[in-house]
Design a binder for this molecule. Structure first.
Ligand SMILES: Nc1ncnc2c1ncn2[C@@H]1O[C@H](COP(=O)(O)OP(=O)(O)OP(=O)(O)O)[C@@H](O)[C@H]1O
Ligand SMILES: [Mg+2]
Length: 379
């Protein structure tokens, strides 16, 4: 009884994104193996095929992939050399290893945008701290380490010469500051047949005090023109990469109305969580469709949505405790997703809540209430 296909599929990474991919894989009766170094990873107890191993290690990835037909990722910091070897030996690897390799390096990403006519903030590449001195006429900068950064780690704002002393002393991108009006993102998927579909644009709403993302809202409050432009750029990128899989693209919309690509991730993404309840097809289903070369699903928005990340509260470290979660269930159109992580740390992503309503205004009002009801602490 294998309705969709008989491939043995592997995911590198067993975090929350893997968990939501598995959730959809059940509906398609896919046989999915997961590789993760953490025995408490969110995927651990929901698949009989959890393999403990390091997705950054050549041997671990190679031996994992050797027994499979198709390998995909839920995190981009994986061993690309092993994926290339697996591909040479006839395994399907989607997204393709060259795409993952380019995206792992923010410097190569910037060069990709530049050579393909994709608008992005002006930049310089430096190998160390000393070389920043050459560009002092161009302050302020965002310095971004070329490799290994995530969730804002590996990003520093350098406003003037005095900041150079505490800059990163490693290969990095010096990116000129964009006068940002809004940050939006678009998830695009492409299958082997070349069919491409974008999801509705999402907007990040920042907390003005903490400058942390408070909510993601969908649809983004942007003009028809900006939306079309962002969708076209997303499709162009997917085409130019010859992508098979899912790609999340983050954009800056500047105060003077221009779009700049900030960065991309070659996988399902935090900014697409709401698609589970708010779109006809979720990003997780779309990813399976794309890499299995099925027709892509309809990405239309059913209802406006707000997505709230459940982060570990400041000052709490230990066994996770979800205060007030049951109170959120009294509301209609509120969908908590708890990732099953045992340990909480300040700002660790422990879950998310999607809130939908007839209008975005109503969803936002409800989201504000929900946010006050729930807190992730430790016991
Ligand atoms: N050139 C820029 N101009 C203005 N703001 C910027 C610029 N580059 C980065 N930022 C700000 O810093 C944030 C983090 O930058 P970036 O997305 O490159 O880093 P990251 O660590 O990969 O982030 P994450 O994993 O949170 O997406 C951006 O979302 C934006 O708010
Ligand atoms: Mg980012």
């Amino acid at each position: 009884m294998i309705p969709f296909n008989h491939k043995k599929i592997g995911i590198l990474g067993g975090g929350q994104l893997g968990r939501m991919l598995l959730q959809k894989a059940i509906d398609f009766a896919l046989e999915v193996y997961v590789l993760d170094p953490d025995n408490n990873a969110p995927c651990k107890n929901i698949t009989p095929h959890f393999i403990k191993g390091d997705f950054k290690n050549f041997e671990d990835v190679y031996h994992f992939g050797k027994k499979l037909d198709l390998i995909t990722i839920e995190i981009e910091n994986v061993n690309v050399e092993a994926l290339k070897k697996l591909q040479q030996e006839g395994k399907e690897v989607y997204p393709q290893p060259e795409i993952i390799e380019m995206i792992q390096d923010k410097g190569l990403q910037k060069i990709f945008y530049q050579t393909n006519g994709i608008p992005t903030a002006d930049f310089f590449l430096v190998d160390n701290k000393e070389q920043i001195e050459k560009y002092t006429d161009y302050f302020p900068f965002f310095q971004k380490t070329r490799r290994g950064g995530y969730d804002g780690k590996g990003v520093k704002k350098l406003s003037n010469k005095n900041h150079i002393s505490h800059a990163f002393d490693e290969p990095s991108v010096l990116e000129r500051m964009v006068d940002v009006e809004k940050e939006i993102s678009i998830i695009v998927a492409r299958n082997q047949a070349g069919e491409i579909k974008t999801f509705p644009a999402v907007e990040s709403i920042f907390n003005p005090q903490a400058h942390l993302v408070d909510y993601l809202i969908c649809p983004a409050k942007i003009s028809e023109n900006t939306l079309t432009n962002a969708e076209q750029l997303s499709k162009k990128i997917a085409e130019q990469l010859n992508l098979v899989g899912t790609l999340a693209i983050e954009f800056f919309l500047s105060k003077d109305g221009k779009l700049y690509v900030n960065e991309m991730a070659p996988r399902v993404h935090n900014s697409g969580h709401h698609t589970i309840e708010a779109c006809i097809t979720s990003q997780f289903e779309q990813h399976w469709r794309a890499i299995l070369n099925f027709p892509l699903g309809d990405t239309s928005l059913i209802r406006p949505a707000v997505m709230l990340n459940l982060l570990g509260s400041e000052g709490f470290e230990g066994n996770a405790h979800y205060v007030g979660i049951e109170n959120t269930l009294k509301y209609s159109g509120v969908y908590p997703h708890i990732y099953g992580k045992k340990k909480v740390k300040p700002f660790r992503k422990m879950g998310h809540i999607t809130i939908t309503d007839k209008t975005l205004t109503a969803a936002l009002q409800k989201a504000k209430k929900i946010k006050e009801l729930i807190k992730v602490t430790a016991i």
